[in-house]
Design a protein around this ligand. Structure first.
Ligand code: FRU
Length: 483
């Protein structure tokens, strides 16, 4: 843990236990690797300001997934180098004890390599690109969208996937193989938009940041859907992999909150699949410039597969180390009981564990970051709502009233959701200043941003409409600062 400069320590919207650099811009997690007992997190970083540009690889490490130590920048673009316009996303590989970073240099986009010292602090760039252009039968567009290498060791050699587009046809993930990690041979697309047209989630015009890994009995191809016109989001395809071919069986949205992007997965020494994603800001550029920082990492999430092939995500159990003694703990409460229990708790660094009977009311959930309307009047109230709507069969997070600031974006994000028959719904919520991260039954996740203006928008309250809600469990902890 590193002490924050004074001006940042007073910034109420700056997260205190989600990872972010001291200042400036951060986007994608990169090169995640568990190395000699430490989780190493590299990330897209602009040391020159809180905006995307002159992209470097920032670097931090943690022994416990909670406390992070900032380390020197690992990769910097250099004039005359193949990455002169930026060191874009990529992965780390342990090549029989030698640490390697594979990444994309711009412009144009090409795949590059750097070799690390044993402590991962010094990186030597390879003199030539490993893959200089996309395959000739792919039209990657005017900017040659061809980026974000992800590598794994197969039974018969090394494999790499790269995200790209084939203009007019949509996104494509390109598969390569190698015996020595230096010479790469293009095989074929591992997946294209035309292969997944029958799945419900729209797949945009370009695919970036692929990850491909075995999970339980299946394989998962996770990628980030990009499109100039619309929004961006990551999706995961679960399916079978055999003979260098992937057959997707199921598709899921990795996160429904609208600010979680470019996730990357790390296998740790216990063989857990841990995932982090970039949470971007949901406020105007001027507010980001004034804050001096932009972009936060999600909490580490442990992945597994549901019996139906869906992706399950839960916050890494190590995060429980951050808990202070429980601020509130209740069982079998009605609305009044839950209101009373929650009225005693306030905070900007909270973890909530709530279980409720989804059949007990038409809508059930809770509000966080609540300013008391008794103080501010009904129309000056701020709150962020997290709720299940049985009538529509959806779970949603509503930031329409999260902030009275004109610079904050307001939206309602919604995911289809059907409770498990006969079971309560389990809701885990992490509030960290401007970050609210929500896990519903481990099956549906939302990361949203909330920038309240009132100093007392710190409260909690249960929410229900149309019925007598029943809260089976209500537990809240304040969490310690960790960054
Ligand atoms: C995803 C992304 C990557 C790229 C990087 C550049 O957010 O666009 O595809 O490598 O960011 O910073």
């Amino acid at each position: 843990m590193n002490a924050l400069p004074d001006d940042l320590a007073h910034d109420r919207h700056r997260p205190r236990y989600h990872f972010l650099p001291h200042a400036n811009w951060m986007n994608d997690p990169n090169g995640l690797i568990h190395w000699q007992g430490y989780y190493h997190l590299f990330y897209q970083y602009n040391p020159h300001g809180p905006f995307h540009g002159t992209i470097h690889w920032g670097h931090a490490r943690s022994a416990d997934l909670c406390h992070w130590e900032h380390l020197p920048v690992a990769l910097a673009p250099a004039p005359g180098d193949w990455d002169a316009d930026g060191c874009w996303s990529g992965c780390a590989v342990n090549a029989d004890g030698v640490p390697l970073l594979f990444y994309t240099g711009t412009s144009p986009q090409r795949q590059l390599l750097a070799t690390g010292s044993p402590d991962l602090l010094h990186w030597q760039k390879h003199p030539e690109p490993l893959i200089a252009t996309p395959p000739p039968d792919i039209d990657a567009g005017p900017h040659q969208d061809f980026r974000d290498p992800y590598i794994w060791r197969g039974d018969d050699g090394w494999y790499m996937v790269i995200g790209s587009q084939d203009v007019g046809k949509g996104g494509v993930i390109l598969l390569y193989c190698s015996d020595d990690l230096l010479n790469w041979k293009y095989l074929h697309p591992l997946l294209r938009t035309s292969d997944v047209q029958n799945f419900p989630i729209w797949s945009g015009s370009m695919w970036e940041c692929p990850n491909f890994f075995p999970l339980d009995e299946s394989h998962v191809l996770m990628l980030s859907v990009w499109d100039q016109q619309v929004t961006y989001y990551p999706v995961a395809f679960t399916g079978d992999y055999a003979g260098q071919c992937f057959t997707p069986r199921r598709q899921s949205r990795v996160d429904w909150g609208g600010c979680f992007y470019a996730p990357q997965v790390l296998r740790d020494a216990d063989n857990r699949a841990l995932m982090w994603g970039w949470l971007w800001e949901q406020r105007a550029r001027d507010a980001q410039l004034a804050a001096g920082w932009a972009g936060v990492m999600s909490l580490p999430r442990v992945l597994s597969l549901a019996p139906d092939g869906g992706l399950l995500q839960k916050p890494a159990p190590e995060l429980a180390q951050l808990r202070l003694p429980a601020a509130c703990a209740g069982v079998a409460l009605d609305l009044t009981g839950a209101s009373d229990a929650l009225s005693a708790v306030h905070g900007e660094q909270l973890e909530l564990w709530v279980e409720f009977d989804p059949l007990s009311a038409a809508e059930v959930g809770l509000d966080v970051c609540v300013a008391p309307d008794a103080v501010h009047g009904e129309h000056a109230e701020e709150f962020t709502r997290i709720a299940y709507d049985a009538t529509r069969g959806v779970f949603y997070v509503d930031t329409t009233h999260a902030s009275l600031s004109a610079t904050a974006f307001h939206e309602i994000v919604t995911a289809p959701f059907t409770p498990q028959p006969g079971a309560s719904v389990q809701l885990r919520v992490f509030v960290d200043h401007s970050v609210v991260e929500v896990f519903v039954d481990e099956r549906v996740c939302f990361a949203v941003r909330s920038y309240p203006t009132h100093p007392d928008s710190l409260g909690l309250r249960p929410f229900a409409r149309g019925g007598q809600p029943r809260f089976e469990r209500l537990e809240v902890w304040e969490l310690q600062e960790a960054i």
